[in-house]
Design a protein around this ligand. Sequence first.
Ligand code: UFG
Length: 340
Amino acid sequence: MSGTVLLTGATGYIASHTWLALWAAGFDVVGVDDFSNSSPEVLHRLQRLGDRACVFERADVCDGAAMRSLFTRHAIDAVVHFAAFKAVGESCAKPLAYYRNNIGGLISVAEAMGASGCKTLVFSSSATVYGVPEVLPIPESAALATTSPYGATKLIGENLLTDLGHADPSWRIALLRYFNPVGAHDSGLIGEDPRGTPNNLMPYITQVAVGKRERLQVFGGDYDTPDGTGVRDYIHVSDLAGGHVAALRHLMHPSGRSFTANLGTGRGHSVLELVRAFEQASGCHILYDIVARRPGDVASCYADPSRARQLLGWQASRDIAAMCADSWRWQQSNPNGYND
Ligand code: UFG
């Protein structure tokens, strides 16, 4: 399959892996990012891995004129809109910044798309739209709810795009609900590079392993789960990247239609299971303390991934051993992320 795909938030964690997967699948890519939460070094790494030049523009997705200008200067066939703020806790402290960036950015990208006649869009949504899951594993038909301003921006984004598709059925829109992406490209050249103290479990574990942090705090040991710690559906970021390629293939096929799909493995692992798998993969001992629950966390969250398998022919293939090995390779070769 061929065509040119615009990636917003292109130098971020999931987008950079998707960029490589799109190249490998035969697509051309135009990337846009404002580096508000990523590094230009990503572009050098991608060029090395793909042995080709990155087509990239620095811009803020909330800048409507910049977005319109992109579409006049590049022949774009489809867009994957990754650009968004994503820290749950920060969103509670700065709701306006989250609504402005996540909703404002989506609107300016969709308006620029509509004006140029490009109406094929993949939207980065999140399992957070399920709130406290009513059923496990979670099918796409489960009730939707929000538990943070971040989650609200994802649910509003989904609703906005669903309304757009109703108003103009020539749009083809995929709403992809990611579970917990971890891991890194197996080269160790690109990976997750959080700024400051990591919010998420895997980068925290890898930073303990390289000695940047002393001990992991395990948030809650009294959940109704097999070992009392939270259970999540960890998915290798390269599998997730492949899910975007499959989604684009589906949308760009002559008979393609809009859809919503979970991107997860369907398997849940507890915090302590992930710690043990990481210790095995790395040979490092991870010191941890079990502390109070983190406000807003749910006990268990894992996907029913069958719709993506049936509709897109896509399923995740890498297990948590591979996720841990690849996260470790990335962290070990880049102890300070892209600043090394
Ligand atoms: N955890 C710890 N210690 C840490 C960090 C996390 O014990 O230092 C635990 C959490 O309590 C949870 C599990 O590890 O049980 C996973 O936590 P993450 O922060 O890595 O992931 P979440 O499932 O909380 O959050 C992810 C995304 C959010 C999204 C949410 C719901 O990061 O963007 O899933 O879909 F909103």
